[in-house]
Design a protein around this ligand. Structure first.
Ligand code: ADP
Length: 473
């Protein structure tokens, strides 16, 4: 679009401003100039008229027949009037003297009769023409008067109309050229702004633009962060989906393989049949744990989202949880598993209450305790501990004397499906989601997790809750 076509173009504004200012200057100068010119012209005419009147008077003083002398002179463009001492008009070069009224009261005549000479001026038309009068008394007592018309202000102005219009057109053209130039000069730094790196423009742009560029930069950074977070989320979601598919497929393949053998009558031996049935049962159990863990995680994800938009949690109601009683229950449920692994569970419990979702806190502690057993060594121990620390924070701590986690693996074990030793995890019925659930359950309760571990020595995981403000029971 052309710069003139666009109503809001910078060019239009610059052009409008320059033209308006220039035109105003031209108008003011023309008016002032006209007034000055008109004044000057009137002054010159007045002087000339005075000189001519004095010359005429001295000529008349030397003749006897004033009227004949006046008529013999050629005084072009001037009106000559001869007035008697009583004001009677004796002669006028433009009108018959008889029809003219007595002039004794005309200011220039009255002044000439009294003082020898007099001047005056009177407007004579709508265009502002003025009549200049100069009267001089003769030796014989009569008065001779010369009058000349002088262009008034409007008349001078009208006579200047053509140059004025030409000047206005010139101003219009010059304004157009100047506006093009200024608009381009003003726009140039704006067009050179590097919006991809707003802070690098410091010297190249107007200082007034810096706040705007700063805002663009901070919004760009925000956008970048959001894009990165979105990309991370997307990558994690895709990895999670791929992992779930893989994790679900493995037991299903095993189950369907054994089931096919049994259904096809390929297993004749009773002992084999029982063995296959056992394997199918074990894989089905693994599938159940996997689906349960995935459900819990998805509920935690949903809870985190709904906490953000203020809707109710999908995990259940928040209520006071008695940590010692909960650890006792976990010990009982894991007793069998522990004795199979030749691991002893030790309870070291102090009174502690936490306001939370009971099922989630139970799952958190259960996962830590079962890991303590599954990644332990025969004759090892798992200590389930709870209490209130010195800063009044309730905590749950699970300490084992197991295989430990290498320092470089420690940050990764809370990721979904991450296992240090995949075959060991699977052999012990792990889903790879236990610690991910622990992490999300802790986040949900605003708790922090501390992991301390040494290879071959054991692991200690502490979950510390915020100071509780529990309702009176
Ligand atoms: P899994 O179902 O495989 O146990 P988790 O998420 O509970 O999955 O744990 C992730 C990985 O962290 C485990 O596979 C294991 O390698 C390691 N891990 C977890 N707890 C312990 C522990 N107490 N001692 C040693 N390694 C552990």
């Amino acid at each position: 679009m052309s710069p003139i076509g666009n109503k809001r173009s910078l060019f239009r504004r610059v052009f409008g401003t320059i033209f308006a200012v220039a035109l105003a200057v031209v108008v003011v100068l023309t008016v002032a100039g006209t007034a000055y010119l008109q004044r000057n012209l009137a002054d010159v005419t007045r002087f000339e008229l005075h000189d001519e009147a004095v010359t005429l008077a001295s000529a008349l003083d030397q003749t006897d027949d004033d009227i004949a002398t006046i008529e013999s002179l050629s005084l072009e463009g001037k009106r000559v009037t001869l007035v008697a001492a009583d004001g009677t008009v004796l002669y006028d070069s433009e009108e018959p003297a008889e029809g003219m009224e007595n002039h004794a009261r005309r200011p220039e005549i009255a002044a000439a009769l009294a003082d020898g000479a007099g001047t005056s001026e009177r407007s004579s038309s709508t265009l502002g023409e003025v009549m200049l009068y100069q009267a001089v008394r003769l030796d014989n007592g009569m008065v001779v008067r010369l009058a000349q018309e002088q262009d008034g202000f409007l008349a001078v102005l009208v006579s200047l109309a053509v140059p004025f219009i030409m000047l206005a057109i010139a101003v219009l053209c010059l304004s157009f050229i100047a506006a093009r130039h200024f608009a381009a000069t003003i726009i140039a730094p704006l067009q050179e702004v590097d919006l991809d790196h707003p802070r690098r423009n410091n010297d190249a742009v107007y200082s007034e633009m810096m706040p705007m560029l700063d805002r663009i930069e901070s919004q760009r950074q925000e956008l970048k962060q959001q894009m990165r977070a979105l990309a991370d989320n997307d990558r994690m979601r895709r990895e999670f989906t791929a992992n779930i598919t893989h994790e679900l497929k493995t037991p299903l393949t095993t189950i369907s393989g054994y089931a096919e053998l049994i259904a096809g009558g390929m297993v004749a031996d009773e002992a084999d049949l029982r063995d296959f049935g056992g394997r199918i049962h074990k894989e089905a159990g693994r599938l159940t744990s996997l689906v349960n863990d995935i459900l819990t995680l998805s509920n935690l994800d949903e809870a985190e989202r709904s906490e953000l938009d203020g809707s109710a949690s999908v995990l259940g109601s928040v209520e006071p949880v008695d940590l010692p009683r909960m650890l006792e229950s976990i010990q009982q449920r894991l007793e069998q598993m522990a004795s199979r692994a030749e691991v002893t569970i030790i309870l070291d419990i102090q009174p502690a209450m936490v306001l939370g979702v009971p099922r989630l806190i139970d799952e958190l502690a259960y996962n830590l305790a079962s890991n303590g057993i599954r990644y332990n060594l025969p004759q090892g121990t798992v200590t389930l501990r709870c209490g209130i620390d010195v800063e009044d924070h309730p905590y749950i701590q699970v300490v084992d004397t197991g295989i430990g986690i290498a320092p470089e693996e420690q940050p990764k074990v809370f990721e979904r499906f991450y296992r240090v030793d995949k075959s060991r995890s699977k052999a012990r019925g792990g889903t790879g989601l236990g610690l991910a659930i622990v992490k999300h359950a802790a986040v949900f309760h605003n708790a922090t997790i501390d992991l301390a571990s040494e290879l071959g020595m054991g692991t200690c995981i502490t979950v510390t809750f915020p100071v509780q403000d529990l309702p009176e029971m």
